[in-house]
Design a binder for this molecule. Structure first.
Ligand code: F6P
Length: 331
Protein backbone atom coordinates (compact mmCIF):
# COMPACT_ATOMS: atom_id res chain seq x y z
CA UNK A 1 0.00 0.00 0.00
CA UNK A 2 1.25 3.52 -0.83
CA UNK A 3 2.23 5.72 2.06
CA UNK A 4 -0.77 7.96 2.28
CA UNK A 5 -1.31 9.28 5.76
CA UNK A 6 -4.55 11.23 5.79
CA UNK A 7 -7.65 11.52 3.60
CA UNK A 8 -10.77 13.67 3.63
CA UNK A 9 -14.34 12.50 3.08
CA UNK A 10 -17.29 14.66 2.06
CA UNK A 11 -20.89 14.39 0.89
CA UNK A 12 -22.17 16.80 -1.73
CA UNK A 13 -25.32 17.54 -3.78
CA UNK A 14 -28.73 16.11 -2.85
CA UNK A 15 -28.52 13.75 0.11
CA UNK A 16 -29.40 10.06 -0.23
CA UNK A 17 -30.10 7.30 2.30
CA UNK A 18 -26.88 5.31 2.66
CA UNK A 19 -24.50 8.27 2.55
CA UNK A 20 -23.79 7.77 6.27
CA UNK A 21 -23.09 4.10 5.69
CA UNK A 22 -20.54 5.12 3.04
CA UNK A 23 -18.89 7.66 5.39
CA UNK A 24 -18.62 4.98 8.08
CA UNK A 25 -17.06 2.51 5.65
CA UNK A 26 -14.54 5.10 4.45
CA UNK A 27 -13.48 5.98 7.99
CA UNK A 28 -13.21 2.42 9.25
CA UNK A 29 -11.39 1.18 6.15
CA UNK A 30 -8.94 4.08 6.36
CA UNK A 31 -8.25 3.46 10.04
CA UNK A 32 -7.69 -0.24 9.38
CA UNK A 33 -4.93 0.77 6.93
CA UNK A 34 -3.37 3.24 9.35
CA UNK A 35 -4.76 6.25 7.46
CA UNK A 36 -6.35 9.15 9.36
CA UNK A 37 -9.68 10.47 8.18
CA UNK A 38 -10.99 14.03 8.25
CA UNK A 39 -14.65 14.80 7.59
CA UNK A 40 -15.19 17.82 5.35
CA UNK A 41 -18.55 19.36 6.17
CA UNK A 42 -20.98 20.85 3.63
CA UNK A 43 -19.44 19.35 0.52
CA UNK A 44 -17.02 21.22 -1.75
CA UNK A 45 -17.96 24.49 -0.04
CA UNK A 46 -16.61 23.05 3.20
CA UNK A 47 -13.34 22.25 1.51
CA UNK A 48 -13.08 25.87 0.38
CA UNK A 49 -13.95 27.17 3.85
CA UNK A 50 -11.80 24.71 5.80
CA UNK A 51 -14.93 23.39 7.53
CA UNK A 52 -13.78 20.04 8.90
CA UNK A 53 -14.06 17.55 11.74
CA UNK A 54 -11.71 14.75 12.75
CA UNK A 55 -13.40 11.38 12.36
CA UNK A 56 -12.71 8.40 14.57
CA UNK A 57 -14.11 4.90 14.61
CA UNK A 58 -16.43 5.97 17.43
CA UNK A 59 -17.63 9.11 15.66
CA UNK A 60 -19.11 6.99 12.87
CA UNK A 61 -20.74 4.55 15.29
CA UNK A 62 -24.53 4.16 15.07
CA UNK A 63 -24.85 6.01 11.77
CA UNK A 64 -25.14 2.95 9.49
CA UNK A 65 -28.92 2.93 9.81
CA UNK A 66 -29.43 6.70 9.69
CA UNK A 67 -30.67 8.60 6.64
CA UNK A 68 -29.26 11.99 5.65
CA UNK A 69 -25.57 12.74 6.15
CA UNK A 70 -23.77 13.58 9.38
CA UNK A 71 -21.33 15.65 7.29
CA UNK A 72 -24.11 17.90 5.94
CA UNK A 73 -24.31 18.55 2.23
CA UNK A 74 -24.43 21.56 -0.07
CA UNK A 75 -24.16 22.66 -3.67
CA UNK A 76 -21.24 25.08 -4.09
CA UNK A 77 -21.20 27.94 -6.58
CA UNK A 78 -17.71 28.94 -5.42
CA UNK A 79 -16.28 25.58 -6.34
CA UNK A 80 -17.27 26.25 -9.97
CA UNK A 81 -14.70 29.05 -10.02
CA UNK A 82 -10.94 28.70 -10.37
CA UNK A 83 -10.43 30.83 -7.29
CA UNK A 84 -12.71 28.60 -5.23
CA UNK A 85 -10.90 25.48 -6.34
CA UNK A 86 -7.52 27.02 -5.53
CA UNK A 87 -8.77 27.71 -2.01
CA UNK A 88 -9.95 24.09 -1.80
CA UNK A 89 -6.47 22.87 -2.78
CA UNK A 90 -4.99 25.18 -0.14
CA UNK A 91 -7.24 23.54 2.49
CA UNK A 92 -6.06 20.10 1.35
CA UNK A 93 -2.46 21.25 1.84
CA UNK A 94 -3.20 22.87 5.18
CA UNK A 95 -4.88 19.68 6.46
CA UNK A 96 -2.25 17.42 4.90
CA UNK A 97 -4.83 15.49 2.86
CA UNK A 98 -3.37 12.96 0.43
CA UNK A 99 -6.73 12.31 -1.19
CA UNK A 100 -10.47 12.88 -0.95
CA UNK A 101 -13.44 10.53 -1.04
CA UNK A 102 -16.38 12.46 -2.55
CA UNK A 103 -19.86 10.97 -2.10
CA UNK A 104 -22.58 12.34 -4.39
CA UNK A 105 -23.86 12.47 -7.95
CA UNK A 106 -22.71 13.80 -11.32
CA UNK A 107 -22.25 17.40 -10.13
CA UNK A 108 -20.07 16.19 -7.28
CA UNK A 109 -17.93 14.20 -9.69
CA UNK A 110 -17.48 17.10 -12.10
CA UNK A 111 -16.05 18.98 -9.12
CA UNK A 112 -13.90 15.95 -8.30
CA UNK A 113 -12.45 15.94 -11.81
CA UNK A 114 -11.45 19.60 -11.52
CA UNK A 115 -9.81 19.01 -8.16
CA UNK A 116 -7.94 15.95 -9.44
CA UNK A 117 -6.58 18.12 -12.29
CA UNK A 118 -5.06 20.32 -9.61
CA UNK A 119 -3.19 17.34 -8.18
CA UNK A 120 -5.53 16.10 -5.45
CA UNK A 121 -6.49 12.43 -5.97
CA UNK A 122 -10.22 11.82 -5.59
CA UNK A 123 -12.28 8.63 -5.37
CA UNK A 124 -15.98 9.22 -6.05
CA UNK A 125 -18.83 7.18 -4.59
CA UNK A 126 -22.13 7.49 -6.49
CA UNK A 127 -25.02 8.37 -4.20
CA UNK A 128 -28.25 9.88 -5.49
CA UNK A 129 -31.84 8.70 -5.32
CA UNK A 130 -32.14 9.48 -9.05
CA UNK A 131 -29.78 6.63 -10.07
CA UNK A 132 -28.68 8.86 -12.95
CA UNK A 133 -24.89 8.49 -12.87
CA UNK A 134 -23.78 7.17 -16.26
CA UNK A 135 -20.84 4.99 -15.23
CA UNK A 136 -22.64 2.86 -12.67
CA UNK A 137 -25.63 0.53 -12.75
CA UNK A 138 -26.53 1.60 -9.25
CA UNK A 139 -26.30 4.67 -7.03
CA UNK A 140 -26.64 4.56 -3.24
CA UNK A 141 -30.06 5.73 -2.08
CA UNK A 142 -32.10 4.58 -5.08
CA UNK A 143 -33.49 1.45 -3.43
CA UNK A 144 -34.43 3.29 -0.23
CA UNK A 145 -36.18 6.05 -2.18
CA UNK A 146 -38.08 3.50 -4.29
CA UNK A 147 -39.25 1.71 -1.18
CA UNK A 148 -40.36 4.96 0.46
CA UNK A 149 -42.32 5.95 -2.64
CA UNK A 150 -43.85 2.48 -2.96
CA UNK A 151 -44.93 2.53 0.67
CA UNK A 152 -46.64 5.92 0.18
CA UNK A 153 -48.32 4.89 -3.08
CA UNK A 154 -49.59 1.60 -1.61
CA UNK A 155 -51.28 3.66 1.09
CA UNK A 156 -52.72 6.03 -1.49
CA UNK A 157 -54.03 3.11 -3.48
CA UNK A 158 -56.11 1.90 -0.50
CA UNK A 159 -58.06 5.13 -0.36
CA UNK A 160 -58.18 5.57 -4.16
CA UNK A 161 -59.64 2.07 -4.49
CA UNK A 162 -62.25 2.73 -1.78
CA UNK A 163 -63.40 5.98 -3.38
CA UNK A 164 -62.94 4.74 -6.98
CA UNK A 165 -60.67 7.63 -7.82
CA UNK A 166 -57.74 8.51 -10.00
CA UNK A 167 -54.48 9.47 -8.32
CA UNK A 168 -51.61 11.39 -9.88
CA UNK A 169 -48.40 10.99 -7.89
CA UNK A 170 -45.29 13.03 -8.60
CA UNK A 171 -42.02 11.41 -7.66
CA UNK A 172 -38.54 12.94 -7.79
CA UNK A 173 -36.38 12.83 -10.89
CA UNK A 174 -35.64 16.22 -12.41
CA UNK A 175 -33.69 14.79 -15.31
CA UNK A 176 -34.25 11.06 -15.10
CA UNK A 177 -37.14 8.62 -14.86
CA UNK A 178 -35.40 5.65 -13.20
CA UNK A 179 -37.23 6.18 -9.91
CA UNK A 180 -40.62 6.76 -11.56
CA UNK A 181 -40.40 3.73 -13.83
CA UNK A 182 -39.12 1.36 -11.16
CA UNK A 183 -41.78 2.54 -8.71
CA UNK A 184 -44.47 2.49 -11.41
CA UNK A 185 -43.78 -1.18 -12.15
CA UNK A 186 -43.71 -2.01 -8.45
CA UNK A 187 -47.06 -0.38 -7.67
CA UNK A 188 -48.83 -1.51 -10.86
CA UNK A 189 -49.37 2.01 -12.17
CA UNK A 190 -51.91 2.68 -14.90
CA UNK A 191 -49.36 4.97 -16.57
CA UNK A 192 -45.84 6.23 -15.87
CA UNK A 193 -44.52 9.49 -17.30
CA UNK A 194 -40.75 9.93 -17.55
CA UNK A 195 -38.58 12.70 -19.03
CA UNK A 196 -36.89 10.25 -21.40
CA UNK A 197 -40.14 9.46 -23.21
CA UNK A 198 -41.80 12.20 -25.28
CA UNK A 199 -45.27 12.44 -23.79
CA UNK A 200 -48.30 11.94 -26.02
CA UNK A 201 -51.02 12.82 -23.53
CA UNK A 202 -53.84 11.06 -25.39
CA UNK A 203 -51.96 7.81 -25.95
CA UNK A 204 -49.95 7.70 -22.75
CA UNK A 205 -52.57 8.88 -20.28
CA UNK A 206 -56.11 9.28 -21.61
CA UNK A 207 -56.21 6.04 -23.59
CA UNK A 208 -54.63 4.07 -20.78
CA UNK A 209 -57.20 5.26 -18.23
CA UNK A 210 -59.99 4.66 -20.74
CA UNK A 211 -58.80 1.09 -21.48
CA UNK A 212 -58.47 0.36 -17.78
CA UNK A 213 -61.96 1.71 -17.12
CA UNK A 214 -63.43 -0.34 -20.00
CA UNK A 215 -61.79 -3.44 -18.49
CA UNK A 216 -63.77 -2.77 -15.32
CA UNK A 217 -61.20 -1.00 -13.20
CA UNK A 218 -62.52 1.80 -11.04
CA UNK A 219 -59.34 3.40 -9.75
CA UNK A 220 -56.24 4.57 -11.59
CA UNK A 221 -52.69 5.37 -10.52
CA UNK A 222 -50.60 7.73 -12.64
CA UNK A 223 -46.94 8.09 -11.61
CA UNK A 224 -45.09 11.09 -13.00
CA UNK A 225 -41.40 11.95 -12.65
CA UNK A 226 -41.02 15.65 -11.80
CA UNK A 227 -38.95 16.14 -14.95
CA UNK A 228 -41.81 14.83 -17.13
CA UNK A 229 -44.33 17.42 -16.01
CA UNK A 230 -46.25 18.74 -13.04
CA UNK A 231 -48.73 16.39 -11.37
CA UNK A 232 -51.11 19.32 -10.87
CA UNK A 233 -51.17 20.13 -14.59
CA UNK A 234 -51.51 16.48 -15.56
CA UNK A 235 -54.42 16.18 -13.13
CA UNK A 236 -56.10 19.21 -14.73
CA UNK A 237 -55.68 17.75 -18.19
CA UNK A 238 -57.13 14.40 -17.08
CA UNK A 239 -60.11 16.28 -15.68
CA UNK A 240 -60.57 18.20 -18.94
CA UNK A 241 -60.25 15.07 -21.11
CA UNK A 242 -62.13 12.47 -19.09
CA UNK A 243 -64.30 14.41 -16.66
CA UNK A 244 -62.83 12.67 -13.62
CA UNK A 245 -61.26 14.64 -10.78
CA UNK A 246 -57.89 13.15 -9.86
CA UNK A 247 -56.33 13.60 -6.45
CA UNK A 248 -52.78 14.95 -6.62
CA UNK A 249 -49.87 13.94 -4.37
CA UNK A 250 -46.35 15.36 -4.66
CA UNK A 251 -44.11 13.05 -2.63
CA UNK A 252 -41.23 15.54 -2.63
CA UNK A 253 -38.30 15.35 -0.24
CA UNK A 254 -39.84 12.61 1.88
CA UNK A 255 -38.29 10.29 -0.73
CA UNK A 256 -34.78 11.41 0.23
CA UNK A 257 -35.14 10.68 3.94
CA UNK A 258 -35.39 7.61 6.10
CA UNK A 259 -33.29 4.67 7.10
CA UNK A 260 -31.39 3.08 4.19
CA UNK A 261 -32.46 -0.36 2.98
CA UNK A 262 -30.25 -3.43 3.19
CA UNK A 263 -29.18 -2.91 -0.41
CA UNK A 264 -28.08 0.67 0.22
CA UNK A 265 -26.22 -0.14 3.43
CA UNK A 266 -24.42 -3.06 1.85
CA UNK A 267 -23.55 -1.26 -1.39
CA UNK A 268 -22.39 1.85 0.49
CA UNK A 269 -20.16 -0.24 2.72
CA UNK A 270 -18.54 -2.03 -0.21
CA UNK A 271 -18.10 1.19 -2.17
CA UNK A 272 -16.60 2.99 0.83
CA UNK A 273 -14.10 0.17 1.30
CA UNK A 274 -13.10 0.20 -2.38
CA UNK A 275 -12.76 4.00 -2.50
CA UNK A 276 -10.19 3.98 0.29
CA UNK A 277 -8.25 0.98 -0.96
CA UNK A 278 -8.09 2.62 -4.42
CA UNK A 279 -6.59 5.79 -2.91
CA UNK A 280 -4.22 3.75 -0.75
CA UNK A 281 -3.00 1.84 -3.80
CA UNK A 282 -2.20 5.12 -5.51
CA UNK A 283 -4.92 4.56 -8.11
CA UNK A 284 -5.51 7.63 -10.29
CA UNK A 285 -8.70 9.56 -9.51
CA UNK A 286 -11.67 7.30 -10.13
CA UNK A 287 -15.34 6.64 -9.56
CA UNK A 288 -16.30 3.49 -7.71
CA UNK A 289 -19.10 1.92 -9.74
CA UNK A 290 -21.21 -1.22 -9.89
CA UNK A 291 -21.26 -3.12 -13.14
CA UNK A 292 -23.12 -6.40 -13.36
CA UNK A 293 -23.11 -6.77 -9.61
CA UNK A 294 -19.36 -6.21 -9.13
CA UNK A 295 -17.57 -3.14 -7.85
CA UNK A 296 -15.22 -1.57 -10.38
CA UNK A 297 -12.95 1.49 -10.39
CA UNK A 298 -13.29 3.70 -13.46
CA UNK A 299 -10.81 6.53 -14.14
CA UNK A 300 -12.74 9.71 -13.46
CA UNK A 301 -12.50 11.24 -16.92
CA UNK A 302 -13.73 8.04 -18.59
CA UNK A 303 -16.45 7.66 -15.97
CA UNK A 304 -17.84 11.12 -16.66
CA UNK A 305 -18.10 10.44 -20.37
CA UNK A 306 -20.24 7.32 -19.86
CA UNK A 307 -23.97 7.61 -20.43
CA UNK A 308 -26.77 5.44 -19.13
CA UNK A 309 -30.24 5.37 -20.63
CA UNK A 310 -33.55 4.39 -19.15
CA UNK A 311 -34.31 0.74 -19.87
CA UNK A 312 -37.24 1.18 -22.26
CA UNK A 313 -37.91 -2.58 -22.11
CA UNK A 314 -39.07 -1.86 -18.56
CA UNK A 315 -41.45 0.73 -19.97
CA UNK A 316 -42.92 -1.95 -22.26
CA UNK A 317 -43.21 -4.37 -19.34
CA UNK A 318 -44.99 -1.72 -17.27
CA UNK A 319 -47.45 -1.15 -20.15
CA UNK A 320 -48.01 -4.89 -20.57
CA UNK A 321 -49.22 -5.14 -16.98
CA UNK A 322 -52.32 -3.08 -17.84
CA UNK A 323 -55.47 -4.43 -16.16
CA UNK A 324 -57.62 -6.17 -18.78
CA UNK A 325 -60.44 -7.53 -16.62
CA UNK A 326 -61.75 -11.05 -17.24
CA UNK A 327 -63.10 -13.73 -14.93
CA UNK A 328 -61.88 -13.63 -11.35
CA UNK A 329 -60.57 -16.65 -9.43
CA UNK A 330 -64.04 -17.11 -7.90
CA UNK A 331 -65.67 -17.64 -11.33
O1 F6P B 1 -31.41 14.21 -5.24
C1 F6P B 1 -31.80 14.39 -6.57
C2 F6P B 1 -33.02 15.18 -6.61
O2 F6P B 1 -33.86 14.52 -5.75
C3 F6P B 1 -33.77 15.44 -7.91
O3 F6P B 1 -34.57 14.42 -8.35
C4 F6P B 1 -34.52 16.67 -7.56
O4 F6P B 1 -34.98 17.36 -8.64
C5 F6P B 1 -33.55 17.43 -6.77
O5 F6P B 1 -32.76 16.48 -6.12
C6 F6P B 1 -34.11 18.43 -5.85
O6 F6P B 1 -33.22 18.74 -4.84
P1 F6P B 1 -33.22 20.07 -4.00
O7 F6P B 1 -34.63 20.35 -3.63
O8 F6P B 1 -32.34 19.75 -2.84
O9 F6P B 1 -32.64 21.13 -4.88
Amino acid sequence: MAAIKRIGVLTSGGDAPGMNAAVRAVVRTALSLGIECVGIRRGWQGLINGDFVRLTSASVGHILSRGGTILFTARSEDFMTEKGRERAVATCKMLGLDGIVAIGGDGTFRGALELSRLGVPVAGIPATIDNDVGCTNYTIGFDSACNTAIDCIDKLRDTMQSHERCSVVEVMGRNAGFLALYVGIAVGATAVLVPEHQLDFDTDVVERIRASRLAGNTHFMIVVAEGAGSAVEIGQKIHASLGIEPRITVLGHIQRGGSPTARDRETATRMGYHAVTALARGMESCIIATQEGSIVEIPIEDALSLKKSLQMDRYTIMETMQYTGGPSMDD
